[in-house]
Design a protein around this ligand. Structure first.
Ligand code: ADP
Length: 401
């Protein structure tokens, strides 16, 4: 016969049972807390969250989903998820995609609120599994992209406005170009007249002209010449956009060599060492105009070398900048102050430093250069330091270079 437990043994057993109950309660409390924590996270999510069973009915939602649809959760749960979209067919397709692929990212849909308002959203969704590893349903999170859409729409509108403004500016520029062209053309006639009469005066009255008279005629001739150069520069400037030339492929090295050859007397007179980089690429563009760019940059490099430069030097070449070919003309001349970097590209803007033997210049050269480069889809810029020298860089449109 089984021995009856003593009173002491019974008390001990009760104590043990109490301990077990306390442990169970603690575990239950921890589980409740963990569930509460998880639920709280789901509820505070600003993104609408929803779980959908394998037959497409909603099994759970959070507060954000209630807010976005306008329905309380007890009305949502059990209904088919696709009912709440403007395009239920597309919603179904997205859902099938998740079941097939396991997930979907940034799937665009539009949710209809009970009051009829429509919210554009992007869905991220994936399947989740039960304890046996079978697909239990789909967990989906939407991101309200109303603000993003608004910004995109504003951007589109601004872009449209900008394009209209750009078209207006282009039209105005064209108008201005033809105006400059006409004026420049008309101004050429009086110059020819001045030249003609200076010649006539010399011919008819040369022997009675005193020294002063001859000097004055020279001044008139020089002024007329200067005016002619200025007009020709303006004509060239106005022609760039209006009269495009044929584009061809040609050697950049050849272009440089021709320009250096033409300027050789000045290079020699100033004892300038010119260094041309080897293996220069073939370029594509309007040859005569790009020759003008090179000639202008080289002429400036010579003009602004500085009288007291003991080792004048010009380097011409190409280097990679931002994965683009940047052609450069570098001198160690007088340099340019940073505040003048933009100014020198404006028409008639000169800094007080030109050397006479290469012509006084008109301040149009770099304006023409910039226009030609931009007309070729490229950019021009410089780095410079007063007393140390200047490097002009330019690019040509990638597919053309
Ligand atoms: P300009 O006919 O006067 O040379 P540009 O338009 O070619 O006209 O140049 C504008 C001004 O930029 C020049 O007057 C000169 O002051 C400055 N400049 C251009 N290139 C250089 C250079 N390589 N070094 C220093 N100054 C320069």
């Amino acid at each position: 016969m089984r021995k009856r437990p003593t009173c002491e043994e019974l008390k001990k057993r009760v104590r043990e049972l109490n301990k077990e109950v306390a442990t169970c309660k603690k575990a239950e409390e921890a589980l409740r807390e963990s569930n509460r924590y998880t639920r709280e996270l789901i509820e505070v999510s600003l993104d609408p969250l929803v779980t959908i069973s394998s037959d497409g009915s909603i099994t759970d939602v959070n507060h954000a989903t209630e807010k976005l649809t306008g329905y309380p959760r007890d009305k949502l749960i059990g209904t088919h998820f696709s009912e709440y979209f403007t395009d239920p067919r597309k919603a179904d397709q997205g859902y099938l995609h998740v079941l097939r692929e396991g997930h979907v990212r940034d799937y665009p849909l539009q949710i209809t609120h009970r009051d009829g308002t429509v919210t554009p959203v992007l869905y991220n969704a994936s399947v989740y599994h039960d304890s046996k590893g079978d697909i239990a349903g789909v967990f989906a999170a939407a991101r309200d992209i109303t603000e993003r859409r608004k910004i995109e729409e504003d951007l589109r509108k601004n872009e449209k406005k900008l394009n209209c403004l750009l078209a207006e500016v282009a039209a105005k520029n064209e108008e201005l170009d033809s105006f400059v062209y006409r004026i420049s053309h008309d101004l050429k006639t009086p110059i020819v007249t001045i030249d003609g009469f200076v010649g006539a005066l010399r011919e008819d009255f040369g022997d009675v002209l005193l020294e002063d008279g001859e000097r004055f005629l020279r001044y008139i001739s020089d002024a007329a010449r200067k005016m002619e150069i200025l007009i020709n520069d303006l004509l060239a400037l106005s022609r760039i956009g209006r009269l495009p030339r044929r584009k061809t492929k040609f050697s950049f090295a050849r272009l440089i060599k021709d320009a250096v050859k033409a300027l050789q007397p000045h290079i020699k007179a100033q004892g300038i060492v010119v260094n041309i980089q080897k293996d220069l690429p073939v370029i594509y563009g309007e040859r005569v105009r790009l020759a003008r760019v090179v000639d202008n940059l080289l002429t400036n490099a010579i003009k602004y070398m500085g009288e007291k430069n003991l080792s004048p030097r010009i380097d011409i070449g190409v280097e990679e900048q931002n994965s683009q070919k940047a052609f450069f003309v570098r001198d160690n001349g007088i340099g340019i102050e940073k505040k003048d970097f933009e100014k020198i590209f404006q028409v008639f803007q000169r800094l007080p430093s030109a050397k006479k033997e290469l012509g006084e210049g008109t301040g149009v050269g770099l304006t023409i250069v910039k226009r030609i480069i931009e007309h070729h889809g490229g950019k021009i810029w410089l780095i410079s330091e007063p007393g140390k020298g200047t490097t002009f860089y330019f690019t040509l449109k990638d597919k053309e270079a």
